[in-house]
Design a binder for this molecule. Structure first.
Ligand code: GDP
Ligand code: MG
Length: 608
């Protein structure tokens, strides 16, 4: 079986390539859930030395100040064929066999991201080392915890480093390799202070004590190494790295390992612990532990991956497909979007979505109420009837019925219907406009395209204005038609009026009150009949001219317009909100990462 560490290594590399190195709350992160060994310690505590011992190579940048300014993800792969080289993820096809060049590349690559400003960056550098002298292991080297910024570095760097280190050690899946120098009181160790905070039970902290050889003569570190000074679940491991003098003399790492082994074997103080000390033992233990942790975490990682894939999938379908580049496909997309809008709009009118019933409300409530409020009482009052009828008679009173008077009263009454008729047309117009607006905002597919939304809304509103004009003309015409030809039958059925006696003619008044009242009431019932007709026909006009047309041809002119557009103008219409485009891209990358990871895990028979 392939090692589980190798599996996590591959997923880790995919994370870096696809921009997941944790901490980015806008997207789900896989990086954070991967078990890894994180090296922490104060400056000069010996972190780099421990890493080099574990690798058996001299490859880390050195110097005063904060040298490590980006996380270094160090993936160790044991080779069986004797091959021995290093590879950076950012230089996929370049094999480094000269480790001095590796050191230089780490420094250069650090500067590439942080600039020469000496700032720190959370973007990791990934380095793989293939060697027969390593165990399978992944270690993350972080900037050393420090108290003071050196010249050229901003003061904030102290907190920034602490923040970055903390973000790594806080992850429950991280194994903390806490480096403390033996020639310093363990109570003041930066590594232990931090580890105690994030892992108070000491369950995932491995204590490493460096510089045992530098302790004052006559003192030893047994209190720490035997777990009495600070208790951890895993036993403390002491190491002896190369001293500065060794480094200056270029003492070979393999020779240094041998010397370390001899140190413990011959030590008066640590002889009894010799088999459980030294960097080789440390590497072996860490490898074994990391493997076990990975194995135990894989089911939950897989569950997380599956859940996240579902979430990303559904977000991607919400965001919609990316837009085609050729004009034909773009036109097709626009027409599809229009169709989607049209569908929603029709649902509003035909039911399925609310809104259409408001039109019926106009016909059923608003129109009758408006008709009822027309001032016919006053218009057909005895005084007004008298005024209109006498004016119509002119100098000669009529002989039988006051024909002209009737006509004038009826025509002037019918003219009152124009107001409610226009109000119906306007009310329907505003409802339709509102439904267009709502349909646009409810058309999921349109959400991404603010420009298209605006143009669609403008075109639809313009079409609705045209329908309103048509509808207004038609409704007015209906009213005018009622005034232009009166239903003769109605009057034939009225009881014939006979002027009684000559007394009326003789009086100054041409009409008796009773006669005028009867005229008023006859006109009123005729107007009532017309009102019934218009109460039915005005809604028909509105539906015919506005609602039916909106359903039929709301976007017709818009279609003609876009048919004439050139490729560039179509692109403008499909101008997406840049945030949406970015988000889609980011989600797609993350999704790819998660799917790759799932495939990777599936392909490893980890059940073994
Ligand atoms: P870092 O800042 O934590 O990475 O520390 P380094 O690994 O660069 O070590 C700081 C200095 O301590 C270097 O000069 C090392 O040679 C020296 N050093 C580290 N570990 C030991 C050790 O176990 N014994 C001795 N004598 N010197 C050590
Ligand atoms: Mg260092």
């Amino acid at each position: 079986m392939e090692s589980l560490i190798g599996l996590v290594n591959r997923i880790q590399r995919a994370c870096t390539v696809l921009g997941d190195y944790g901490g980015d709350s806008a997207l789900p992160t896989l990086w954070e859930s991967l078990p890894s060994v994180v090296v922490v310690g104060g400056q000069s505590s010996g972190k780099s030395s421990v890493l080099e011992s574990i690798v058996g190579r001299d490859f880390l940048p050195r110097g005063s100040g904060i040298v490590t300014r980006r996380p270094l993800v160090l993936q160790l792969h044991k080779t069986d064929d004797g091959s021995d080289y290093a590879e950076f993820l950012h230089h996929p096809r370049r094999r480094f066999t000269d480790f001095a060049a590796v050191r230089k590349e780490i420094g250069d690559e650090t500067d590439r991201v942080t600039g020469r400003s000496k700032m720190i960056s959370p973007v990791p550098i990934q380095l793989s080392i293939y060697s027969p002298n390593v165990v399978n292991l992944t270690l993350i080297d972080l900037p050393g915890l420090t108290k003071v910024a050196v010249e050229g570095q901003p003061d904030s760097i102290v907190q920034d480093i602490e923040q970055m280190v903390r973000s790594y050690v806080e992850k429950p899946n991280s194994i903390i390799l806490a480096i403390s120098p033996a020639n310093q009181d363990i109570a003041t160790s930066d590594a232990i202070k931090l580890a105690r905070e994030v892992d108070p039970q000491g369950e995932r902290t491995w204590g490493v004590l460096t510089k045992l050889d530098l302790m004052d003569r006559g003192t030893n570190a047994l209190d720490v190494l035997e777990g009495r000074a600070y208790r951890l679940q895993h036993p403390w491991i002491g190491v002896v790295n190369r001293s500065q003098a060794d480094i200056n003399k270029n003492v070979d790492m393999i020779a240094a390992r041998r010397r370390e082994r001899e140190y413990f074997q011959s030590s008066q103080d640590y002889g009894h612990l010799a088999s459980k000390m030294g960097s080789e033992y440390l590497a072996k233990m860490l490898s074994r532990h990391l493997e076990a942790v990975i194995k135990s975490r894989i089911p939950s990682i897989l569950a997380l991956i599956n859940k996240t894939i579902d979430e990303l999938d559904s977000e991607m379908s919400q965001l919609g497909k990316p837009i085609a580049v050729d004009a034909g496909a773009q036109l097709y997309t626009i027409l599809e979007l229009c169709r989607a809008f049209d569908y929603v709009f029709k649902e509003h009118l035909d039911g399925g979505r609310p809104g259409g019933e408001r039109i019926y409300g106009v016909f059923d409530n608003q129109l009758p109420a408006a008709l009822k409020k027309l001032p016919f009482d006053k218009h057909l009052s005895m005084q007004n009837v008298r005024k209109v009828v006498t004016e119509a008679d002119g100098y000669q009173p009529h002989l039988i019925a006051p024909e002209q008077g009737y006509r004038r009263l009826i025509e002037s009454s019918i003219a009152y219907f124009k107001g409610p008729a226009e109000a119906v047309v306007d009310a329907v117009h505003f409802i339709l406009r509102d439904l267009v607006r709502r349909s646009i905002s409810e058309t999921q597919e349109l959400k991404r395209f603010p420009t298209l939304q605006a143009e669609l809304a403008a075109a639809a509103t313009k079409a609705l204005e045209g329908y309103r004009e048509e509808s207004r003309k038609t409704a007015t015409k209906l009213v005018e038609m009622e005034a232009s030809y009166l239903t003769v039958d109605f009057f034939r059925k009225l009881p014939q009026e006979v002027e009684k006696g000559g007394s009326a003619a003789a009086s100054m008044d041409r009409y008796t009150d009773a006669h005028l009242r009867r005229i008023g009431s006859n006109v009123s019932s005729y107007v009532g009949m017309v009102m019934d007709i218009l109460r039915n026909s005005i809604p028909k006009a509105a539906v015919h001219c506005q609602v039916r047309e909106a359903k039929r041809s709301l976007l017709d002119t818009f279609y003609t317009q876009i048919g004439k557009k050139e490729g560039k103008q179509l692109t403008v219409l499909l101008d997406e909100d840049p945030a949406t485009m970015e988000r889609r891209l980011a989600c797609a990358k993350r999704l790819e990462l998660y799917k790759n990871a799932r495939d990777e895990i599936d392909s490893v028979a980890w059940a073994k």
